[in-house]
Design a protein around this ligand. Structure first.
Ligand SMILES: [Zn+2]
Length: 121
């Protein structure tokens, strides 16, 4: 809703900018108030229920019938996803700071960082 005051005119515009990077399914939604969100398909999901947040607490992993994810795999997935959280936060912060995150050089940086995270988690 737009609010107008005769003495101090203000216009409240509610709009957001959507940025799709075209790598890792990264999508940013930046609003005019300096807030925003980032999503991607970078994070690894539970091999049983396909849920990113699952911490071996779904029905499939409880039985561990197929042995798709043992404790080491789970620890590794949690470390990887936590690092990806940090990477996504950094990308979002860079966008807010005015860095052009759509340049080929920046996208290459994201890929390099993801690769390093994958090798170290
Ligand atoms: Zn699960």
């Amino acid at each position: 809703m737009n609010t107008y005051d005769v003495k101090q005119p203000t216009v409240e515009v509610s709009s957001s900018t959507k940025v799709m990077l075209g790598c890792f399914g990264i999508v940013l939604e930046l609003n005019d108030e300096g807030g925003g969100t980032i999503s991607s398909d970078l994070k690894e999901s539970c091999p049983y229920c396909d849920c990113i947040e699952c911490n071996a607490d779904c029905d499939g992993s409880a039985g561990d019938i197929d042995g798709l994810e043992d404790q080491d795999d789970l620890d590794s997935r949690n470390r990887y996803n936590a690092a990806i959280d940090g990477l996504e936060s950094l990308i979002l912060a860079h966008a807010f700071a005015g860095i052009d995150i759509t340049t080929p050089a920046y996208l290459e940086g994201i890929e390099t960082a993801e690769s390093a995270i994958g090798n170290n988690s």
